[in-house]
Design a protein around this ligand. Structure first.
Ligand SMILES: Nc1ncnc2c1ncn2[C@@H]1O[C@H](COP(=O)(O)OP(=O)(O)O)[C@@H](O)[C@H]1O
Ligand SMILES: [Mg+2]
Length: 372
């Protein structure tokens, strides 16, 4: 399947990566992409290449993990005939094949110190020396993008990664946070994958109930976007009806949720999800748990929006019900809305209304006007 050539996400983190990658694409600077496994490092590398002036030349990918040194050296730099048992003829290395284009060195943090030294030499002079040859064979023009899920500073401290190579590779540094630190990207990504798999499995695009959305948004996603993509495919393949509820989610996702609409606790680093949980599941008032830290600048507007979004997904867009869910007095309604408008956090309710569960559709339709 064609990988999506779009970096989906609305979080500040993803928007800034989108912007940075545009700048990176306009230059020829080396790019280092870091982030946990499955966050989208390869997507970013592809986009940088595709949007650069090198896009018509090849993008050559090399995974540096799990490849024995001798093989990796010959893959990168090529070899001459007779340099080892199976070397029947001269072979070009991938760096040479990428001439004019881009080379993506994935998992660069796993390279041995010996390979790091060879790579550094290449980066310094652009010369390729094939395995088995005693001199440089040619020079190439390639742009290097490297990625790692390792903490390279730590590797440098352990003397497992060369500091000089680190500075060579790290001209533009793009960091992609794990998905659990940007829960607002979960639904846009899920919807993207649901559409994609609906097309490839020739199925109807699955709708997701507000409860299931809340559970998905609050889930920790240890495997990041890769895991989410996989969950989306399973949901499409196993769909029993056009609307997916909490029961249709994989057990590892629901195991973490307490009640429908609940957010996970404790180890979720996002303050928004933790605060939402305190309000919705632990009876704290929005005013003390959210409003106060927000006005004290301890909580960002983006966090506030996440909390509202999780709540509105739960109430299907009803602000009236949201005041109840958030443990506010009924006559706080006006004050609440004024507060949201003042900080540009008032979201249109329609987008949360799109998918009322079937049985309730008639009822919610007739109460729509009254609710707002
Ligand atoms: N922001 C995103 N938008 C669209 N697809 C994404 C995004 N992030 C990750 N993916 C998809 O998730 C999967 C894992 O991403 P990948 O780039 O291979 O992660 P990494 O290289 O960081 O391990 C891929 O199928 C990729 O297409
Ligand atoms: Mg990868």
């Amino acid at each position: 399947m064609q990988p999506p050539f779009e970096l989906i996400g609305t979080s500040t983190a993803i928007r800034s990566v989108q912007q940075e990658l545009e700048y990176a694409a306009r230059s020829d600077a080396k790019v280092l992409v870091t982030g946990e496994s499955g966050v989208g490092k390869e997507v970013v590398a592809r986009l940088v290449h595709q949007r650069s002036h090198r896009s018509r030349a090849p993008l050559v990918m090399i995974n540096c993990a799990g490849v024995p040194d001798t093989l990796l050296e010959s893959e990168l730099f090529g070899h001459v005939r007779g340099s080892f048992t199976d070397a029947y003829r001269d072979k070009k290395g991938r760096l040479e094949l990428a001439h004019g284009g881009t080379v993506f060195l994935d998992e660069v943090g796993e390279m041995s110190l010996r390979m790091q030294a060879l790579l550094l030499r290449f980066l310094e002079c652009g010369e390729l020396q094939r395995v088995g040859s005693d001199r440089a064979h040619t020079t190439v023009d390639v742009r290097v993008i490297a990625a790692t899920n390792r903490e390279l500073h730590q590797r440098i401290g352990e003397k497992a990664f060369r500091e000089d190579l680190y500075y060579r590779l790290n001209v533009v540094h793009l960091t992609i946070p794990p998905l659990r630190q940007r829960p607002e990207d979960v639904m846009p990504l899920l919807e993207h994958f649901l559409r994609m798999y609906a097309e490839s499995h020739r199925a109807e695009v699955l709708q997701v109930t507000p409860e299931a959305r809340s559970v998905l948004t609050a889930y920790r996603w240890p495997g990041n976007v890769r895991e989410l993509k996989n969950v989306a495919e399973r949901m499409v393949v196993r769909a029993r009806s056009p609307i997916a509820g909490v029961d249709d989610l994989p057990s590892e996702v629901t195991a973490e949720a307490t009640v429908p609409g609940a957010a996970r606790q404790a180890d979720v680093p996002s303050p928004a999800v933790a605060l939402y949980d305190r309000v919705v599941n632990h009876g704290e008032s929005f005013w003390s748990a959210v409003y106060e830290p927000f006005t004290a600048h301890d909580l960002t507007r983006e966090d506030l929006r996440i909390i509202l979004r999780l709540g509105l997904e739960h109430t299907r867009g009803s602000y009236k019900q949201l005041t109840q869910l958030f443990n506010m007095a009924p006559d706080d309604y006006k004050r609440f809305l004024n507060f949201l408008r003042k900080h540009q956090c008032h979201m249109p309710f329609q987008r949360f209304r799109a998918i009322p569960p079937r049985a309730e559709r008639a009822r919610t339709d007739t109460t729509r006007v009254a609710n707002f």
